[in-house]
Design a protein around this ligand. Structure first.
Ligand code: ATP
Length: 447
């Protein structure tokens, strides 16, 4: 059985080391909104970059897109969000807290035991108005998913890229949902980021592509270090299926609060293109050059959350080891994801050492995110880097002045090797790509 880490430890580490802060904290915070600090922003950028690389850069059959958050209001009529994107809400008559009724176990308020109102549907889209006059005609919505920006650009992409089926469009961007119950740190927030693929296929090939993407997406997490046993695939029951979906699986991760969705993979059939064609009056057909027939492609959608991925990667990487009198806390983050790739640590602040160390630092940072740390003992500095997941530390000592060699120390094994300064960059590169300090590769993917 995989082991779960306590959420308090994750929250505390993220706060203490500058990964994630509550939003607008000096004003008491804003419920379920989060700010990514200096390390969090790097982690998030690395996740997005790894995803983009895997699904766009390294593939012939995918292109990217970056569409606007505000869209024509008809989009949401066509997509079904105005009608369907709602959760059943009940309110406690005593303490006035609101709950999702399908989440509740009993018939009373979980907070105070009070009587609950009848359940009513609550639409999760945030409304705002366009232009200076606030009136019904000017209502626009903050998008609750990035997918619709892709569907409405289907013809634009077809016309400008000459892609043929099967092909996909990928997008990373913010989405907003006025969730009734939030919580579990960044797992469910009201503002979050999604990484979505809409993969267009010939209708009769949908099953094959659906299975392909299930495998492909699960493998992506595993290649980036998530333990296989911390992931599972869960099929949606008929009752659970969204209005647009023919079939859907969640890739679940064993979060501190239990198994929960990390990414959803849905076969959306032709629902979206049919709906947008109907509401816009524009043809969203595809001409199959082999059969000369116009068809409406089916869509396979792998939809992931950047924030949930960040949480899963941190939880999975978190570890504690006994270390003399203390405990060594470390994040076994894959080098591709680690916010800082290398730390440069001069053994003392003596000028001669500092000159060499600063030169190395200046050289390395042109290639990677590198930290320079000369405060406190070397042991403490190693621990600080372990805790934020830095894979490699470079130590410059007095001997370095004589033999022009430095020590590289690896986070997980704590093994050390000594290398000539003029070979340092190449050696670091090889180590970050997975070359082991002994013989086996440490990590299996490119960084
Ligand atoms: P849940 O059932 O947990 O509310 P969902 O099925 O509504 O999620 P989807 O609509 O499938 O989620 O969205 C795709 C992905 O976007 C999710 O797998 C998740 O990673 C992310 N996501 C959705 N809602 C949120 C949220 N409120 N906060 C953070 N991430 C979210």
């Amino acid at each position: 059985m995989p082991t779960k880490v306590e959420m308090e430890k994750i929250v505390s580490l993220c706060r203490r080391r500058g990964f994630i802060f509550p939003s607008s904290e000096i004003y008491g915070g804003l419920s379920s909104c989060w700010d990514y600090g200096p390390l969090g922003v790097e982690l998030k950028r690395n996740i997005k970059q790894a995803w983009w690389r895997a699904v766009v850069q390294e593939r012939d059959d995918m292109v990217g897109l970056d569409t606007s958050i505000l869209m024509h209001p008809q989009t949401w009529a066509a997509s079904g969000h105005l009608e369907e994107f709602a959760d059943p809400l009940v309110e406690c008559k005593s303490c006035h807290l609101r709950w999702r009724s399908d989440d509740l176990e009993g018939n009373n308020c979980p907070a105070c035991g009070g009587e609950l109102t009848e359940s009513r549907l609550f639409n999760l889209m945030f409304k705002t108005s366009m232009g200076p006059i606030e009136e019904e005609a000017n209502i626009v919505y903050l998008r609750p998913e990035t997918a619709q920006g892709i569907f409405v650009n289907f013809q634009n992409v077809l016309n400008t890229t000459r892609k043929r089926l099967p092909f996909g469009i990928a997008q990373i961007g913010k989405a907003f949902r006025n969730e009734i119950t939030t919580g579990n740190f960044i797992f469910r927030s009201r503002e979050f980021e999604q990484m979505e693929i809409e993969f267009f296929v010939k209708p009769e090939t949908d099953k094959k592509w659906f299975n392909y993407w299930l495998e492909e997406r699960r493998d992506w997490y595993v290649k980036l270090g998530i333990k296989k046993e911390s992931l599972r695939l869960r099929q949606h029951t008929k009752k659970e299926l969204a209005h647009y979906a023919r079939e859907c699986y969640d890739i679940d991760y064993l979060f501190p609060m239990g198994w929960a969705e990390l990414e959803g993979i849905a076969n959306r059939g032709d629902f979206d293109l049919v709906q947008h064609a109907k509401y816009s009056g524009k043809s969203l057909n595809y001409l199959d050059e082999e059969t000369k027939e116009h068809i409406i492609p089916y869509i396979i959608e792998p939809s992931a959350g950047v924030d949930r991925s960040a949480l899963a990667f941190i939880c999975d990487a978190y570890d504690e080891e006994p270390d003399k009198e203390e405990i060594r806390v470390l994040l076994h983050l894959h080098p591709t994801l680690a916010p800082i790739k290398v730390a440069v640590l001069p053994l003392s602040r003596r000028e001669k050492l500092v000159t060499v160390a600063k030169k190395i630092y200046a050289d390395l940072r042109r290639q990677w995110m590198v930290q320079y740390d000369d405060a406190q003992s070397i042991g403490r500095r190693y621990r600080r880097q372990d805790e934020i997941g830095t894979p490699l530390c470079v130590t410059i000592d007095f001997q370095s002045l004589e033999d022009e060699q430095v020590t590289i120390r690896e986070r997980d094994s704590m093994n050390q090797i000594r290398v000539p300064i003029n070979e340092l960059k190449n050696t670091l590169q090889a180590k970050l790509r997975g070359e082991r300090f002994d013989t086996q590769p440490l990590w299996t993917t490119k960084g």
